[in-house]
Design a protein around this ligand. Sequence first.
Ligand SMILES: *[C@@H]1O[C@H](CO)[C@@H](O)[C@H](O)[C@H]1NC(C)=O
Ligand SMILES: *[C@@H]1O[C@H](CO)[C@@H](O)[C@H](O)[C@H]1NC(C)=O
Ligand SMILES: *[C@@H]1O[C@H](CO)[C@@H](O)[C@H](O)[C@H]1NC(C)=O
Length: 484
Amino acid sequence: MFKVSIMNFKAVFVALIAILSWNEILARTCDNKDENPYLMFSTKTSYFKVFNGSNIHDENDIPGCQAKSLWMLARHGSRYPGSDDILVMADRGVEIKDAIVEAYSSGKGSLCHEDFIQFQSWSFNWTQDDGSLLSESGKLEMFQIGQRVRKRFFDDIKDETHIHFRRTYKKRTGQSAESFAEGAFPDQSVEILKPLHTDPLLRFFDFCTKWINDIDENPETYKEQRLFGETDVMKKTLKDIGLAIGFNEELNLTDGLIIYDICRYEQAHQPDKFSVWCSVFQETHLKVFEYYEELKYWHKNGYGHALNYLMACPLVQDAALTLQKEEIGKSGTFYFSHSEAILPFLAALDLFKDKEPLRHDNFHTMSERHYQTSRIGSFSSNVIFVLLECEEFPQKRLLTYHQERRIKLPRCDSDPCNWDQFMSRYQDVIGCQFDQLCGTDDQANEEFINLDSNSGETNNAKSLFSLKLCMLCTFLFGSALINS
Ligand SMILES: *[C@@H]1O[C@H](CO)[C@@H](O)[C@H](O)[C@H]1NC(C)=O
Ligand SMILES: *[C@@H]1O[C@H](CO)[C@@H](O)[C@H](O)[C@H]1NC(C)=O
Ligand SMILES: *[C@@H]1O[C@H](CO)[C@@H](O)[C@H](O)[C@H]1NC(C)=O
């Protein structure tokens, strides 16, 4: 028999109401979750969010033309945070997590219940040994780019196909080169050039004394970013986030950036899983943090100062020389470097330039900016040049791809670019007066060699010096040919 007394019914009813109102305070569901969350995190954006496959057609097939040589510059794939950042996350990050869980448990904040559960069970297991290494998703980014490059340009590997790989001395670029090679040339044994401890080509930024002194190490460079951190836009953002996670005191920028960092690194690590740390941000908040990052890169590696990008000229020069090197068969040159190389390189080509400078006070007007590091400088960002040999005029043409998508070079009249036009319109960059730009005359070079000889690197530095000279003469020889 089923029998409920009025008393019991009342008790159940009261309990039900209590649960319902409890629910209302504490167990807000995640119904309002964005189906399509904003996942653009400046230079810590996963390549999977930038490359979406929709642009892969046979768009590299230009009738009457053959791809002769290919030159690629790529940033390493998605990586772990640096070991210092890992330490901060393991320390302050875990404290913040505990505070979030505690706040929720005492009815504060506006997280939904599912997010609370995820925070509660969140643990941090990256160690300092992981610091700056390529993550599994970073390897996959590179592997897949390799596969697509193979499919598009190297599906007919022959004996006379020349493949050159070069990377910086950082482990993550070596891991990137390896993963890329596995995807692109699975049946070949690809030789990856032993990393040079000092590499004036892939790490030109280490050599530009003037840039190091006047820009990189100059606090003025970071002024716009710092000022943006003090604007009402940022204050409101921090306040919103503080309220969402139920912080007693106001959330400061330091803690805000730690939350942002855990969010974006986790997101790049596991692109298919939404990191609970990202759930404390609304889309506008993420755009504010993205702009905060942008202000650093634009002033340090972008259009903020001409030297930032003019000093990338060794790479542009190398592309010009390497692509037209007379080799029998087809050639592919693959370089693996860092955001400090690819961002200046893009700017040296005049790409993604805005009419307005990026400042602390124009966040809103620059919302549709071209210079968006999330898109142009994500993990695994890449530029590919392909030199075509065509039956009809112009016989030499240059295809340019950014993030595997064809783009028109700003100084060219068309895409593909007439090769001669490329050589003449970018002559100032290709001509590359690196030492003059960077205040590193021959004396400085000699000092450099001497400095290195103390640490037993003489041979390396000397051979690099002659490499540079050799590049210069090849170039002069090359342009003499063009002019003739
Ligand atoms: C892919 O990316 C392009 C360029 O950013 C964009 O226009 C397009 O909408 C994206 N497609 C999908 C399915 O996300
Ligand atoms: C860290 O956690 C992730 C996800 O829970 C797991 O896949 C990974 O194996 C863990 N790593 C270590 C070193 O415990
Ligand atoms: C930010 O706030 C936390 C917690 O209140 C505090 O420990 C930390 O010192 C603050 N940092 C700065 C730079 O004010």
